[in-house]
Design a binder for this molecule. Structure first.
Ligand code: NDP
Length: 295
């Protein structure tokens, strides 16, 4: 298949590498052109200078930017995606986006005879490298099926969740779980550390008990107890995700005080720690508040 991949960030890059390795003909574009040039050389892909040029021959276009407004921002103008996209192409937006902007992007693409599915992913950069991502899709089943051979290059579990925006909604709620689990695990382990209990011992128990989560089973043992804190998924992006979940709850008049408080704490952390820190570094905020290190 002729494919284009736009957005070679921390997760986009290994996903694009899987698409190239699966044998699809691939053209890439990235806002910071040097990243795309380097990737193209390594992966044997073509490097385009504009979104329009990148998507001109593509049957399937994958986008993976920080936010949905970032995707919307590259649609218009002579160099924009809409100027190049083929009638009958499918745009697979793997951005963890917001459903209302996704619907607006889909409407703009429909004017050009192209389909849009929102297709956020989970499984992290290591899942992208291994091609084991979970892909949650919103949109038309026929469009998903046309894009499926490309999505299968990086996705293992592909679930059609509903109409356009449904993938975004599931992703936002999943991310709210992640943010809340991380915060609650950090608060609990900080308390245990102050009580003089070894966090590793406490996790041995909790991870065999009903309080366990991906945070307690994987993130905290691998990244906090070791003090490694690798930077794979920005805290600023998780703040964006839980913000989407909190606004969806408000729009639907669902009382969601836990989600809202977690969103506010992530906003404070983003302001305090900046744009580059990893999401797991939220634990450091709790450690600062508690005056203790979890290790
Ligand atoms: P990064 O910050 O590493 O990369 C962001 C990408 O978006 C870069 O290619 C960047 O270009 C591009 N970009 C940002 N703003 C614009 C814009 N206005 N116009 C054009 N391009 C833009 O993020 P990730 O790769 O980590 O995340 C991408 C998406 O995937 C996010 O929605 C995130 O929430 C989601 N995600 C990330 C995971 C992870 O483990 N990292 C896991 C699951 C989902 P440039 O290089 O020029 O900055």
């Amino acid at each position: 298949m002729n494919t284009a991949f736009l957005g070679l960030g921390a997760i986009g890059r290994p996903m694009a590498a899987r698409v190239a390795a699966a044998g699809h003909s691939l053209t890439v574009w990235n806002r910071t052109a040097a990243r795309a040039a380097e990737f193209a050389k390594e992966a044997g892909a073509r490097h385009a200078n504009t979104p329009a040029d990148a998507v001109r021959d593509a049957d399937v276009v994958v986008t993976c930017f920080s936010t949905s407004p970032d995707v919307y921002s590259i649609l218009d103008g002579p160099d924009g995606l809409l100027a190049g996209v083929k009638r009958g192409a499918v745009v697979v937006d793997c951005t963890s986006g917001d459903p209302s902007t996704s619907k607006r992007i889909a409407a703009r693409l429909a004017e050009k005879g192209a389909d849009y599915i929102d297709a956020p992913v989970s499984g992290g950069t290591s899942g992208a490298e291994k091609g084991t991502l979970t892909v949650m899709v919103g949109g038309d089943e026929a469009a998903l099926n046309r894009a499926r051979p490309v999505i299968e290059a990086f996705g293992q579990k592909i679930v059609l969740c509903g109409g356009i925006g449904a993938g975004d909604t599931v992703k936002a709620v999943n991310q709210a779980f992640l943010a809340i689990h991380l915060l609650s695990a950090a608060e609990g382990l900080a308390t245990l550390a102050k009580e003089g209990v070894d966090p590793a011992k406490a996790l041995e128990v909790i991870n065999a008990s009903s309080g366990r989560s991906n945070s307690s089973m994987n993130l905290i043992p691998e990244r906090v107890l070791t003090r490694a804190f690798p930077r794979t998924f920005k805290l600023s992006l998780l703040e964006k995700d839980i913000g989407i979940a909190a606004s969806m709850a408000r729009e639907n008049r669902v009382p969601a005080p836990v989600t809202q408080v977690a969103a506010d704490i992530f906003r404070v952390a983003r302001r305090e720690f900046g744009e580059e820190v990893d999401h797991v570094e939220i634990v450091k905020l709790i450690e600062q508040w508690a005056g203790v290190q979890i290790q």
